[in-house]
Design a protein around this ligand. Structure first.
Ligand code: HGY
Ligand code: MN
Ligand code: MN
Length: 418
């Protein structure tokens, strides 16, 4: 494992930043962090990162979608390099998802500033807003906006569990939802985007590789199903006369799992992550159930097969049980290939530095998938213990993160001094 002798000021600072941000939104012990997008803990985390950007001499601004940009000005001309990720978390999430990539970007800036010459072209670090779909059921909000894929109408359509629309939350956070679509990442300004992220799966941890060079990012198709049966007395309503929304939902949930298992050979996955049952009393036959479904794959046709299989089963189950089923689509993104030239650059640097690496897909979604629509983009994975993520048990070994950090730094340096 090609670990260089000096940890480097940037890598050391990276660790300090991750630890500082992890205190924003920390729950009681054993319950990780809840730093949902555009909430007070998210604001606190951004203040820490903005402070670091200013200390490094970067100009700091937020765009209409509240994404936080730090740019290291440069004397030279020509398109620069962006390093980015996110700070928001899932509820009861871990300390490293997203945060590691933002902190790594600032570590790279610190390292590149410590050894002359100063980068000849702009170097930016960006915190994209609301990468997680946890609060608004829409993922990668900031990077979608930066790719021109989010309109003022879109952000009025999505809301959180308290009915706050994404547009209102952006406005309350200092954003300008009505101006979305006017600040798009342009190849005239930016030559490459790099993101470093924990793998969030078990592959690197199992193989002992320190770096995953991502070739393609699976894309989610997400939707909500609202099942409406007949609420009734659990004691007085005979079994034969029931229209129980929760038992219908149970069959649909198992159908989602079966669809994922049938398509697993193509690397596809299927999950029901939310099941809300109303009124949620032990002595009431449930009348209404809301399911939120997440289907993913790197092969669009496989995801499409899962979706049609799930919908066919939902219609037949609900028909047989006298339960209605309302579909609300959330998103249907397409799998994205990472830039071949940048993945080759990463591979060469890994070989030169004797870093154990593998080329691999990403099952999780990332901001890189939308930035890749605008400029050449690359995603570097580093291992997380047992592949656990989106959990308080998310853990890393810093010695196994450092090789990926140094590969990121060398790749950015090469792109900046081309
Ligand atoms: O859900 C995801 O794929 C990512 O963690 N946003
Ligand atoms: Mn995540
Ligand atoms: Mn993430």
């Amino acid at each position: 494992m090609g670990i260089s002798a000096d940890m480097g000021a940037g890598f050391q600072r990276l660790r300090e930043l991750v630890e500082a941000v992890a205190r924003c939104g920390r729950n009681t012990p054993g319950h990780g962090v809840s730093r949902l997008a555009l909430t007070e803990p998210d604001r606190q985390a951004r203040e820490i990162i903005a402070g670091e950007m200013r200390e490094l001499g970067m100009t700091v601004h937020t765009d209409a979608c509240c994404s936080l940009w730090g740019v290291l000005p440069s004397s030279g001309k020509g398109p620069g390099v962006i390093i980015g990720s996110h700070l928001d978390s899932v509820p009861e999430g871990g300390d490293y998802d997203g945060v590691l990539g933002v902190a790594a970007g600032l570590g790279v800036v610190r390292d590149l500033l410590s050894v002359p010459p100063r980068p000849g072209r702009p170097l930016a670090v960006v915190v994209f807003t609301a990468e997680e779909s946890s609060r608004f059921s829409l993922a990668c909000v900031g990077s979608k906006a930066a790719a021109g894929r989010l309109s003022p109408e879109d952000v009025r359509r999505f809301c959180d569990g308290q009915g706050v629309t994404l547009a209102e939350a952006l406005k309350n956070f200092g954003g300008h939802p009505e101006a979305l679509g006017q600040e798009i990442i342009s190849p005239a300004d930016w030559a490459a985007y790099f993101e470093l992220h924990i793998e969030q799966g078990p592959v690197l941890d199992k193989t002992g590789d320190d770096v995953g060079i991502v070739e393609a990012i699976a894309a989610p198709t997400r939707f909500m199903l609202e099942l409406e049966g007949v609420q009734a007395h659990s004691g007085a309503c005979p079994m034969a006369l029931r229209h129980d929304a929760l038992t219908a939902a149970a069959e649909v949930i198992l159908a989602v799992e079966a669809a994922g298992q049938a398509e697993a050979k193509f690397g596809s996955v299927a999950t029901v992550g939310v099941c809300e049952c109303r009124p949620g009393a032990m002595n009431v036959v449930p009348g209404r159930v809301t399911l939120k479904v997440d289907l993913r794959g790197i092969r669009s046709e496989s995801v499409a097969r899962m979706r049609s299989q799930v919908m066919a089963k939902a219609v037949s189950v609900c028909g047989a049980r006298g339960v209605t089923c309302q579909l609300t689509p959330y998103s249907s993104d397409v799998p994205v290939a990472m830039n071949a030239e940048l993945t080759a650059l990463l591979e060469r640097i890994c070989r030169e530095r004797d870093v154990k690496y593998r080329r691999m897909p990403s099952g999780a979604g990332h901001d890189a998938m939308f930035v890749a629509e605008c400029i050449p983009s690359a995603l570097i994975f580093v291992p997380c213990r047992d592949g656990v993520s989106h959990s308080p048990k998310e853990q890393i070994e810093w010695a196994h993160v450092q090789p990926g950090y140094e590969v990121l730094r060398e790749a950015v340096k090469e792109r900046l001094f081309l």
